[in-house]
Structures are given as C-alpha cells and as structure tokens.
Design a protein around this ligand. Sequence first.
Ligand code: PEP
Ligand code: MG
Length: 580
Amino acid sequence: MAIKRGVGVSPGVVIGRAVVLETEEARVPRRTIPAALLEHELHLVERSFESARAEVAAEREVFAGRAGDELADIFGFHERWLADPKPRKEISQLIRDKTFSAAYAIGVFMRRYRRRFLEMSSPYLQERAKDILDIERRLLRHVGAEVQQEVATVDEPVIVFAHDLTPSQTVTLERTRKLLGFATDLGGSTSHTAIVARGLGIPAVVGLGDMTSLVSAGDVVILDGSHGVVIVNPDSSQVEEYETQAAHLVEVRHALEGLRDLPAVTKDGERIALLGNIEFPEEVVGAVEKGAEGIGLFRTEFLFLQGGPEPSEEEQFQVYRQAAELLSGRPLVIRTVDLGADKYVQGKVAEPERNPFLGLRSIRYCLQNLAMFRAQLRAIMRASNHGNVRIMFPLITRVMELRQARYLLSLVMEELEEEGYEFRGNIPVGVMVETPAAALCARELAREVDFFSIGTNDLIQYTLAVDRTNEKVAQLYTALNPSVLRLIKMIIDAGDGEQRDMSMCGEMAADPMCTMLLIGMGLRKFSAVANSLPMIKRIVRSITLADAHRVASRVAGFETEREVVNYLRDETRKVAPDLV
Ligand code: PEP
Ligand code: MG
C-alpha cells in the first residue's frame, strides 16, 4: 500500500484500476529513404498536418459542447501551430536535405522545437512543451509511425497515471468515457490540464512527484480529488471507507441541488451574499445555476494565457460585455490582469526573475506595461455600459499604486469620452487585499476605494513565507494559521470601520469548514468557485449569528493551527455532519 499527497485540482472520490501512460517523447527509428520515395514522404507530411488539424478541430468541438467555447480555446495553440506553413516547410527540408523518412524528420524537428520551450524559464511556456509533444504524437500517428501507448486504447473504466498529461489527452480519455480520474507526477492547480479536468468534472490530483514509479497497471487505486490524495493498493477497510465517502458525496450533491433557489440566510435572518469566481465568460451560466448572485472575481489573465497574440481591446470588450450581459444586472467584478509569477505572458520571458512571486507581477506588471493595461481598462469601461460592472486591482501593496492605477483609469475615461463612447463614469473601483502590507494599511486603502476583496491565496503565502505553488512546503500553507486569521480580522474590521463593501474571493471562502468562522469575524460576502456555493449556503442556513460569533471568539484564543482545524471540524460537523 502507498499513500501520496499532491494537489487536488478537481474534486470527487473514485476507486478503480490504474493504467500508467508513457508520455515521454515517442522515439522513431532513424530511417533514410531512396530518392524515388521523396515525393511520397513529402506528401505524407502534408497529409499528416491536415489530418491532425482536422482531428484537433473535432476534439475542440466535443470539448466546447461540454465546457464552452472559451475553455475549448485551449486547443487554439494546436490548431494555429498545425495551420502554420513554417514547421511543415522545415520538416520537408529535412527530408530533402538528409533523405530522412517523414516520420523520422517529424521526430527530429519536433524534439528540437520542444526543447526550445522546455528551456524557457516561464512555467507557462514550459507548459506549451506538452502541447508540442501532443502534436508530435498526432503527426506520427498520421504518418503511420509506431508510437507508444495511445490514451484512447484504454478500454475499461480506469484511473490514469502519467508523468504529465496534455489537455487534449485528457479530453481524448474523457471522450472514450472510460476515465474515472487521473493523477500526474507534475503540474499545479493553474495548469491547463487542471482547468480542463475541472471543466469536465473529472476528479484529478496533480503534482504527486514520483507517483508513476509507485503504481503499476492493474493496481487498485483510490483517488480523492477533493483532498489531493492517492492510495495505491488500499486495504479493504480503506476501500470501504472511500466507497462510503464517494456514495455520500453523490447524495450530498443531490441534496444540495435542492438549495438552489433558497436564499443564503442564517437561521436568525442575517443575509449572506454568495458570488462566483470565474476565468472565462461562459462560466457565468454555471455559476448562476449554482446560486451565484453575481461574479465576485473574474480572473481576466486567463484570456492572456491561451497562446497566440495578446487579446486586443476589442476582443476583451466583447468578452467583458458577454459576461456582463449574461449576468443580467447582477454584479460583475472584473479584476485587471494578474500576470507574472506563475502566470506569464509570452513577451515576458526574456529575463527570468529570481523571486517571481516577489517580482514584477500583477498590478506592478500592468503599471510597467501601460499599453496593455490601458487597452484592458478601455475594454472594461466600454463594457461598463452593458451591465453592473466593477473594476478591481490586484496585489496592491501601497496607496500610491492604487492612485497610479486610478489616475490611468481617469485618463482612459477622458479618452473614451472624447472618442464618443458611452460608459459608466462612476464605476465602483476596488482592490484585492492579498498581502500583509495591504492588510496593515487596509483602512487607508479602504478610504480610497468603493470595495475590497480579501485574496487569501496570496495573503497566506506572503504572510507565512510559503510559496503557494511549491509542493515541498504545501503542508505549511494554511489559512487557519493564527497569524493569517489575525490579518483577516484586521482587514474585515478596517472595511467595517470605513463602511466599505467587502468580500473574500480566495479559496478560504470556498471551504465550508471556514464559513462559520468568517461570518463570526464579520464577513458577509463570499466569492468562490461555483461548485462550492451550495455547500456554503448549506452552512449559512444551518447556523445563527450567535453560533458564528461563539466560534470566532473561541478561534481567536487558539495558538496553533492544529487547534483551529480540529475545533472547526467539530463545529462544522455539528451543524452539517454530511459535509465533513
Ligand atoms: C487570491 O490571491 O486569493 C486570489 C483570489 O487571487 P489569485 O488566486 O488569482 O492569485
Ligand atoms: Mg492573488
């Protein structure tokens, strides 16, 4: 038996047999061809590009039907690459110059090309190497070359293990309807594969280290995508325990559906607002279906992480307008791009930073890339006329940064006015409070904004000095550390003191075990991934304000996170035993 912990990127519990995929580069034997076969091999290259392109287009369509066009755009990189005449020209040149077979020439060219991406410092661009590998495997298949195990050949429901998986492999597996879940050695929660898994609702754990060397095909495996746990060859009591848990999760999900149209109100009548977090505009529909009263966080940087050129002002305007219109008057908080650190743009990789999380990220990146920032602000302001749009600046650490961003916003408004655009001049402006610096001067910031949102994901990493993407220190990363809790309390008190609209949009807001505590600390607005909203509502409807205050004041007296965790688990179990 082996238990491994990784990063749970898509929730759910599944039990099944393992299949271990080889996803290393396909090795094609070196073969040269006689001159008479030259035209034939050149034709093979052309045909393989066209077939692969058609295949990707078909997969995109399948995925779009399941998860929406915007998410399906993950395949845009493949399509654009396969449509580009340059790679096939260079491959053809290799065939002409070196008399390589089509398969071998493709292998040589793709390996070189892939290496270029692997050597880049940006995690985003390194991620694209996976796409290149995926394209190579497709091309080789279409020239009839022997390639290693194809994911589609899996013919019983399985849990797939791979060193890494490309987004399209994930979709191919899902399409065969034999994929129960998947686990990978590499990856973090922001990888495209993780986004695809969530979009498809496949339980998944990534970042498991050397997992693939611990599991063999045919092993029985438990995969818990909610907690990031994988158990290989569990004993019968573990299987029983997780089977019960899986059945229970299904029951809970059904029961929670019944809450959809009920208000999020405590037993003694306190109204709690529930909003959704999204990365793409289509997600608005799912969020509203799960009971979101609006969108509290639209992470717009994902629009910039699709490969290809940066989205233009016009393209962004269409996206923001679409989200605003889908919300029919409900609020839409558009966060300006939070690029940098683990979320890069192509043009940014020339100079790798030593400490990217402390470097040129987020609002700092925007204030040094004014053309891009200005285009986004213009797009948001133009969309403000089509719904209840609000604008939020991320990673503000000082008042001057906020003033600079606001100044730019005012210039953009002047420009738009001169150009005759209509927009909402008094658009609410807010900031994310997600650093200790912002927490400590939250009152000063609050005076200069209409609202703020607490970003616990970053607040935790900066307070506890724990990189949120580093699996080696993942056990130190917790919102329930007393220092983090004190800062959160300080932020809430500052917002209350200045009577500012205030929400929390970090993952802590999505954790039902924290709901009572946060309400007791004074929070009244939660913004979270759509799937967690029914659980939060369930807790809200099961408690009174007095319960919440009692929990918060007890937690305030604890010295260690262990005490906090144990206490919150017990208290949550008392009000909603089925959720713990
Ligand atoms: C946060 O930091 O809590 C947050 C919501 O922003 P992101 O996770 O996108 O950094
Ligand atoms: Mg953040």
